[in-house]
Design a protein around this ligand. Structure first.
Ligand code: 3PG
Length: 446
């Protein structure tokens, strides 16, 4: 992604001095005559005039830590490090504070879109001080994806504001990917479709206002054969998903901020479960469930779209709560606008989400925006059928079903928690609130 971003900057006539630790990568980069490739960090520094801006494109964690430490020794007050990796937001807060003490700016920059996005136009979520953003804003806007002339780049608040929004983006990505995976599993196991038939369904799921990059990718995947065996690609890939951390960090943040993100957490745990050794014993002992019932294909598409909306809603709640707690930018329309193009989540529905938050910035949940509520209502019958079909056929659909449970919990005027409060008071004298007078009360349990 580093080379791709450097080339993107060069396309905009912005001078870039590149250093890569890997000699082979340096030679590859040098094939582009517009890029000045330095042979060492010192040589790179010799070519930079202060105030210097160093864009770091290395893996999150230890590599960012050691590169930042190394750069700190070379940089002078007024210089800036921009970390374009998926760094843990608390690390970004710590590094910002550390470097600020040395008079240096540390900017956490969320970059989404993969290598292709970095080359052609990513979505950029910038943190750091507003003044630091002002210094690099023109560059970020020049290289970002564009929608109707507007760059998909913006500032989300000091220190980790940008990395937190990128983390929420990724958590939604986990949710949407899991929902798509569940829907394709229902097509395969529940409806017995062939791969070409599944590909047609995926095309229908992503038609018109439901179009998204991840659904385009799904169609592409379903049509691909493995080069070595000629079998459908998806059949030769192991059923075990990796994860680099952003999904789990988002769930930890949701728990500590008191934000309900059950659907996003289901998506993270689905990946965890996919790699767990205990599945083997369960497969051997419990066997496959019986198949029953029918499902209209349109129902499945409705369930997928509705679950996608719920994933977004939970991710936006997380961004808002983080912003309130840490003094970041809680303007959710801004996040929706930045995600309209360039990033993995790019989808047509983000235009509606951005308009909903522009019209009503204090909207308590995106699901209550009139246009979005009516989309959900239209999807509801098919969504319920799909969840029931998955359950009665023993097909795990944690995101499709948890999203429906979330909606039902949100929309029920009086939920089931009075029973929980009564039990807590019954066994532990924890007290409960009453509907008819203020304060905490106890029942007589004698
Ligand atoms: C991203 O989208 O930023 C990551 O590449 C995907 O994250 P993951 O490896 O945790 O799925």
């Amino acid at each position: 992604m580093g080379r791709a971003l450097a080339q993107n900057l060069a396309d905009r006539k912005i001078t870039v001095i590149v250093f890569d630790r890997d000699a082979a990568a340096r030679s590859r980069t040098a094939e582009d005559p517009r890029l000045v490739v330095a042979e060492s960090v010192d040589a790179m520094f010799a070519k930079l005039a202060p105030p210097r801006t160093v864009l770091l494109m290395v893996n999150a964690g230890a590599p960012v830590e050691s590169a930042t430490g190394e750069l700190r020794m070379l940089l002078s007050p007024g210089d800036m490090i921009v970390d374009g990796g998926n760094s843990f937001w608390r690390d970004t807060q710590r590094r910002s504070a550390d470097l600020a003490r040395a008079g240096l700016d540390f900017v956490g920059l969320g970059v989404s879109g993969g290598e292709e996005g970095a080359r052609r136009g990513p979505a950029l979520m910038c943190g750091g001080t507003e003044a630091a953003y002002g210094r690099i804003r023109a560059w970020l806007e020049a290289i970002a994806a564009r929608v109707d002339g507007h760059a998909c780049a913006d500032w989300f608040g000091p220190d980790a504001g940008g990395h937190f929004v990128k983390m929420a983006h990724n958590a939604i990505e986990y949710g949407v990917m899991q929902a798509i995976a569940e829907a394709t599993q229902i097509l395969k196991l529940g409806l017995g479709l062939s791969f070409p038939e599944m590909q047609k369904e995926a095309a229908a799921w992503g038609a018109a206002e439901r179009a998204s990059y991840l659904l385009e990718l799904t169609q592409d995947i379903l049509g691909r054969a493995d080069r070595e065996t000629g079998r459908p690609l998806i059949e030769v890939i192991s059923d075990r998903a990796g994860q680099k951390g952003t999904g789990g960090w988002a769930i930890e943040a949701a728990l500590s901020l008191g934000v309900a993100a059950p659907t996003l957490s289901e998506a993270v745990f689905a990946r965890t479960l996919s790699g767990s050794p205990e599945r083997k014993d369960a497969v051997a002992r419990l066997g496959a469930p019986a198949r029953r019932g029918v499902l209209e294909r349109g129902d499945l598409g409705d369930a997928l779209f509705a679950a996608t909306l719920v994933c977004y809603a939970q991710g936006f709640q997380l961004i808002r709560a983080g912003a309130v707690q840490h003094g970041w930018v809680g303007d959710l329309a801004r996040a929706a606008r930045v995600w309209r193009a360039g990033c993995i989540l790019r989808a047509r529905l983000l235009t509606d989400v951005a308009s909903a938050y522009e019209l009503a910035p204090d909207l308590t949940t995106m699901l209550a925006a009139p246009g979005i509520a009516s989309m959900l209502k239209a999807c509801e019958p098919g969504w319920r059928q799909t969840v029931a079909f998955a359950a009665s056929n023993g097909i795990a659909a944690p995101v499709l079903s948890s999203s429906l449970a979330y909606l039902d919990a949100m929309r029920t005027p009086r939920g089931a928690t009075a029973m929980i409060q009564a039990m807590r008071d019954g066994f532990g004298a924890h007290g409960f609130e009453r509907i008819d007078k203020p304060g905490m009360h106890h029942a007589d349990w004698s």
